[in-house]
Design a protein around this ligand. Structure first.
Ligand code: SF4
Ligand code: SF4
Length: 380
C-alpha cells in the first residue's frame, strides 16, 4: 500500500486507498447490510494496508456506522483513522451538535473519532453552522480527545468552497473529484486551493458512482484502447487521481470483496506523477467522449432517497444515462418495465422533497419527466 501526505497541518500518512462505507453489500432488495460480508470486506481492506475508514450518519439508514463499529473490534480500531460526519441537515440548536455526536460514538462503539467532518456543506448548511457555536464545540471536543482532526465534505460551487476553506483552521476537506468532474463543484481548482493552504484532501466519488468502472460506452472504451498503456477502466480512473500530489486519499465505496482486493492491489502500485503525456491525453479523450454522451449528472449517491411516493430516483437516471451512452435499448427498457410502477420516473408527483437533498443540485423533477419521455421515445 502506498501512503501519502495529508496536507501539511497534520502528521498523518493516510493510505492511498480509503474505505468508504456508503455502499456496503446488502441482503434482499432493501438497504439492509449483509453484516458478515461487510465486516469481512472492511477487515480485509485493513489487512491490505488501508488505514482510513469513512462512514456517516445517513449511510444505509444509520446501519453503516454500526457495522463499521463492529468491524473495528478485535484490535482493528487501533489500526485505522476512523472518520464520520455530523448530519448537517438535522441541526437546529447547539445541543444537537452534542446529541448527534454522542449517538455516533454509541453507534460506532468507540470513545473518539479521529477525523470528523461537517457533512455535505452547501450554502444552507454552512449558514446553519455559522449560526451555531460549531467551532467552539469542535475545539472543546478536540480538547477532550473525542475528535482528532476537523474537516468538511463539500457539495456546492467553487466560490463557497474557497470561502469555507478560508473561514476556519481546518485540517482537511473531502471533495467529489474524478476525471469527469474536474470543473464540477470544488473541482481541480478547489483541490489546488485547499492543498496550497495545507489541508489534506480526501477524494470521494473517484469512479462517479460506478460510471467510470464498468460497462463503459463504446466511444470511451475506444479512447482507452488507443492508449499505449494497458489498464482497466478502474485503474485508469484511480491512477489518474493518485498521480496528483494534492490528493491525499481516494475513498472508494466498495461493495464486494473482489473490489477491495482489486483496489488495494492498484493502490499498492500507485504513485505521484507516474502518468506519461500519452496517459494524460488518453484520460482527456475518454472524458470528452463521456461528456458527449451523458444525459443526467447523477452520481447515484442516494441522498435524495427515500422518495415518499417510492420513485427510485437514481435508478431511473442510471437507465436514462445508459440509454444515452449506447446500452442496448431493449435491455434498458426491459429493466424500466420490470420496475415497480411507483418506482418509475413517471410516478413522481413533484412534491419537491428530494431536490434540496441533491448534492449535485439536479432539477430532479424535470429530469425525471425527461427521463420518462426519452425512455418512452426509445420504444419506437
Ligand atoms: S419530487 Fe418526485 S421524486 Fe422527488 S420526492 Fe417528490 S415524488 Fe419523489
Ligand atoms: S439525484 Fe442527486 S441526490 Fe439523487 S442520487 Fe442522483 S446525485 Fe444523488
Amino acid at each position: 500500500m502506498e501512503y501519502r501526505d495529508f496536507g501539511t497541518v497534520i502528521d498523518f500518512e493516510p493510505s492511498a486507498l480509503g474505505f468508504g462505507a456508503m455502499r456496503l453489500p446488502t441482503e434482499g432488495d432493501d438497504d439492509t447490510i449483509d453484516r458478515q460480508r461487510a465486516i469481512e470486506m472492511i477487515r480485509t481492506a485493513i489487512d491490505e494496508g488501508v488505514n482510513y475508514v469513512d462512514t456517516a450518519w445517513p449511510y444505509h439508514g444509520g446501519e453503516s456506522e454500526r457495522v463499521v463499529g463492529e468491524a473495528l473490534t478485535d484490535g482493528y480500531r487501533e489500526e485505522v483513522s476512523l472518520a464520520t460526519k455530523m448530519p448537517s441537515w438535522k441541526l437546529e440548536t447547539n445541543d444537537d451538535l452534542e446529541e448527534y455526536f454522542q449517538r455516533q460514538l454509541d453507534r460506532l462503539d468507540t470513545d473518539h473519532v479521529d477525523c470528523y467532518l461537517l457533512h455535505a456543506l452547501n450554502r444552507d448548511f454552512w449558514d446553519t453552522y455559522q449560526g451555531l457555536d460549531t467551532f467552539e464545540w469542535l475545539q472543546q471536543k478536540q480538547a477532550e480527545g473525542k475528535i482528532g482532526h476537523v474537516g468538511f465534505s463539500f457539495h456546492d460551487d467553487p466560490d463557497l468552497f474557497e470561502e469555507i476553506v478560508d473561514a476556519y483552521d481546518w485540517d482537511f476537506c473531502q471533495i467529489q473529484y474524478n476525471y469527469l468532474d474536474q470543473e464540477f463543484q470544488a473541482g481541480r481548482a478547489g483541490l489546488e486551493y485547499a492543498a496550497e493552504r495545507g489541508l489534506g484532501v480526501i477524494v470521494m466519488e473517484p469512479l462517479r458512482g460506478g460510471t467510470l468502472a464498468t460497462d463503459l460506452p463504446e466511444p470511451v472504451r475506444e479512447a482507452f484502447e488507443q492508449a499505449s498503456s494497458d489498464r482497466s477502466p478502474v485503474e485508469w480512473a484511480l491512477q489518474w487521481l493518485w498521480d496528483q500530489p494534492e490528493v491525499s486519499t481516494v475513498l472508494s465505496g466498495m461493495s464486494a470483496l473482489d473490489q477491495v482486493r482489486e483496489n488495494a492491489a492498484l493502490a499498492a502500485q500507485s504513485g505521484v506523477e507516474q502518468f506519461s503525456d500519452d496517459d494524460q491525453r488518453t484520460v482527456e479523450r475518454a472524458r470528452e467522449r463521456f461528456e458527449e454522451l451523458m444525459g443526467v449528472d447523477c452520481t447515484g449517491c442516494d441522498y435524495c432517497t427515500p422518495c415518499p411516493t417510492g420513485v427510485e430516483i437514481p435508478r431511473n437516471f442510471d437507465l436514462y444515462n445508459r440509454l444515452e451512452m449506447g446500452d442496448d435499448p431493449e435491455a434498458v427498457l426491459g429493466e424500466y418495465d420490470d420496475m415497480d410502477e411507483q418506482a418509475r420516473a413517471d410516478a413522481c408527483v413533484a412534491c419537491g422533497e428530494c431536490e434540496p437533498a441533491c448534492p449535485q443540485n439536479l432539477e430532479i423533477i424535470s429530469l425525471l419527466e425527461e427521463t420518462h419521455t426519452q425512455l418512452d421515445a426509445a420504444r419506437a
